[in-house]
Design a protein around this ligand. Structure first.
Ligand code: FMN
Length: 509
């Protein structure tokens, strides 16, 4: 994480804040404003109640997420996705190019193997039993009705009690006492599955929480990996080199050796406590849930640790930036599953998963409906996508002007909408009648062909390419070279809103 902070500072994307700030509500409120302004990462150096500085908003822009992965632009995220797609469906390579690609991937996997550090920085200070005090951590409480202080960007590490294969996930932890926290993991998560197994075997489950790791490791832990691959190896694949790990002091688990703080503890199956409410990514407070309790008996840390955190809420937030990057990584896998999909986009304003716009190379009637159904079942993370808009491949899914045009000009609502009833529904989504069960809608905004229409369609307005190139070459001569095409912001559907607002603000004479 320190390397990344240095990189941000060098690129003018880190602001140090020396003024005293309260981790209770104030710190998140300041960070939220800075994030909303597209501002830099923040390092709060004087946090009330703790000697640790707080790093936040590190992944507050897509650009910084891309940097954290050692890339130059968002397009390169698809190269990583390409490797994943190859790993997910390996088949004998055809021809020289594919053989080279496959050999490259194997070499990448060899380079990605984790390494063990014997004297790791995270062991510079070791606090055992009575010396453990979670109140020395600058735990944020982001929203006024939140139940307590939280750890939001910790890697929660457990291992399968049967196979010893580790799982690394990012799950919210709530402070309960100075030595205990509850963990909020959904029942499908790796950690929850390990706890179920430990319970069946009559054992406690060991847990380590690594705080202040390189954002790339956060990305790897938050990626729903489609294949049987250890998260450490996966992180190494992201990084292009193996992750350096350290053995924990008191539990049989490994953590990133450069972590700032590591909490070591245990869960006794069946021991639960009320967790929540907390502000969530939908923009509402979630409910109170009985959740497993972790008892911590050891903290290891660097001499001068920095606490890495973030908070949830309605987009834009750091988690939304992460989701944009992850969706980009998933594009090649989606194309592999549904070959007719040319591109797809999940606008951040729709929480990066509620609404999908997909473009297809349409060649037969009814294909848009098939593509929508295929999309919903392609990957687990699309289970809760409520709306799918299908457009032709010549529509830029990231340009709201083109998408809205396609909906307006190609859709007859009585023919082109279809609703599926009583499907799985995000339990954090209050919009449905019943929690966990609701509908979903597909809009076919493609050009209608064959039996889909009963009459002649008007001819589309176009100009010859030659004329357009001629005008391009004359643009300067015409004295218009200061006028350039404004690219739509690919990540904000709000682009259209910005245009409308600025129009409304223009005085009418
Ligand atoms: C900032 C952030 C907070 C998250 N909080 C939670 C959480 O509280 N509970 C949860 O189940 N998943 C949470 N997630 C999602 C999981 O980390 C993610 O789905 C991950 O892939 C789960 O890993 P697993 O499948 O190995 O359990 C969060 C993700 C991020 C980026």
């Amino acid at each position: 994480m320190r390397d990344f902070l240095s990189l941000l500072e060098k690129r003018g994307q880190l602001r140090r804040i020396k003024a005293e700030v309260n981790p209770d509500l104030e710190l998140a409120a300041i960070s939220d404003r800075v994030l909303g302004l597209g501002g830099p990462a923040l390092l709060f150096e004087n946090v009330i109640g703790s000697s640790m500085p707080v790093a936040i908003n590190l992944l507050g822009t897509l650009e910084r997420v891309v940097w954290s992965m050692g890339l130059k632009n968002a397009e390169e995220l698809e190269d990583i996705g390409q490797k994943l797609a190859l790993l997910q469906q390996p088949r004998p390579p055809k021809g020289l190019n594919e053989t080279r690609e496959f050999a490259g991937l194997l070499w990448d996997l060899i380079k990605a193997r984790p390494d063990l550090d014997l004297i790791p920085p995270c062991h510079q200070k070791v606090l055992l039993e009575d010396a453990v005090n979670l109140d020395e951590l600058p735990l944020l409480r982001p929203w006024p009705r939140d139940a307590g202080g939280v750890i939001t960007l910790g890697l929660v590490i457990t291992k399968d009690p049967e196979t010893n294969v580790p799982n690394v996930g990012v799950y919210r932890l709530q402070r309960q006492t100075s030595t205990t926290m509850s963990v909020h993991w959904l029942s499908v998560r790796g950690g929850a599955r390990h706890l179920q197994k430990a319970a069946a075997m009559g054992q406690d489950l060991e847990v380590a929480v690594a705080i202040g790791v390189h954002p790339l490791l956060v990305m790897a832990a938050a990626t729903p990996i489609p294949i049987q691959l250890s998260e450490w190896l996966f992180a190494g694949l992201y990084a292009g080199e193996g992750v350096r790990l350290a053995k924990c002091k008191t539990v049989d688990l490994k953590v990133p050796s450069h972590s700032e703080v590591v909490l070591e503890g245990r869960i006794t199956p069946g021991e639960t406590i009320q967790d929540g409410p907390f502000g969530d990514h939908m923009g509402f407070y979630g409910g109170i849930e009985e959740s497993p309790l972790i008892r911590f008996h050891c903290i290891t840390q660097r001499r001068d640790p920095i606490f890495l955190t973030t908070f949830s809420g309605r987009p834009p937030k750091e988690e939304a930036m992460l989701a944009i990057a992850l969706n980009r990584i998933y594009t090649p896998i989606l194309r592999q599953q549904i070959p007719e999909i040319v591109d797809f986009f999940l606008p951040m304003e729709a929480l990066s998963y509620k609404l999908a716009i997909i473009s297809i190379e349409k060649s037969y009637p009814g294909q848009a409906k098939r593509a929508a159904m295929a999309f919903w079942s392609a990957l687990p993370q699309f289970t809760y996508t409520k709306f799918v808009v299908v457009v032709d491949s010549n529509i830029n899914v990231r340009d709201p002007r083109q998408v809205v045009w396609a909906i307006s000009s190609q859709v007859d609502p009585q023919r082109d909408l279809f609703v599926l009833k009583d499907t799985p529904f995000d339990s954090l989504d209050f919009a449905s009648e019943h929690i966990g069960l609701g509908g979903r809608l597909a809009i076919d905004a493609t050009t209608k062909i064959g039996p889909e229409k009963n009459h002649q369609w008007g001819e589309r307005l176009t100009r010859d390419k030659e004329l357009e190139s001629k005008i391009d070459s004359r643009w300067h001569e015409l004295g218009l070279s200061d006028l350039k095409n404004k690219e739509p912001d690919p990540h904000l559907f709000g682009y259209v809103m910005d245009q409308l607002v600025s129009l409304q603000q223009t005085p009418c004479n």
